[in-house]
Design a binder for this molecule. Structure first.
Ligand code: HEM
Length: 140
């Protein structure tokens, strides 16, 4: 029963985390295309607030993922979990790049083009797809 609660909060954290991982880069695309100062200032506020929610979601997802693992330690030997943890590492790196981009946009010194940001925005979709299939289907 406890494990089900841990898993529920794990998934709530994953949803919150991905809301930010998906929408922050989209905001960056609009931000990079905006030329008027008041609009850019509005984007800076939105990005800062969304980043806080993304931090909270990421912390929940990882903390409750580890807690679920502590409750069901036999998964430590599962191949799907090992691959999922590598994907989680990539997600954490992606999250770190978002932090850097929020800081760069805040100082009006982000050099990425909207086109590059659009491609960057596709990365979390691939990681989400692979992680959820691994966790639910457990193919190996
Ligand atoms: C350090 C990070 C993480 C750890 C240690 C972790 C660990 C776990 C564990 C042990 C389970 C239980 C599996 C089961 O009982 O069937 C689980 C379930 C799940 N995880 Fe993670 N996870 C992490 C991150 C993530 C991420 C980033 C995602 C999505 C992108 C994710 C998606 C899921 C889903 C959808 C389930 C539910 C599977 C089911 O109940 O059928 N996890 N996770």
């Amino acid at each position: 029963m406890l494990t089900l609660w841990l898993k529920a909060f794990h998934i709530i954290g994953v949803v919150m985390w991905f809301a930010g991982l998906f929408y922050l880069p989209r905001l960056f695309v609009y931000h990079a295309e905006a030329s008027e100062a008041p609009l850019r200032d509005r984007f800076k506020i939105m990005e800062r607030r969304l980043l806080v929610m993304t931090h909270i979601g990421g912390a929940f997802a990882i903390a409750f993922g580890i807690a679920t693992l502590a409750a069901e330690p036999f998964y430590l030997r599962a191949g799907w979990l090992h691959v999922k943890l590598v994907l989680v590492l990539l997600l954490v790196i992606y999250h770190g790049v978002l932090v850097k981009l929020v800081a760069d946009f805040r100082q009006d010194r982000c050099g990425w083009t909207p086109h590059a940001l659009r491609w960057f925005n596709e990365i979390p979709s691939v990681l989400l797809l692979a992680s959820v299939i691994l966790a639910v289907v457990k193919p190996f």
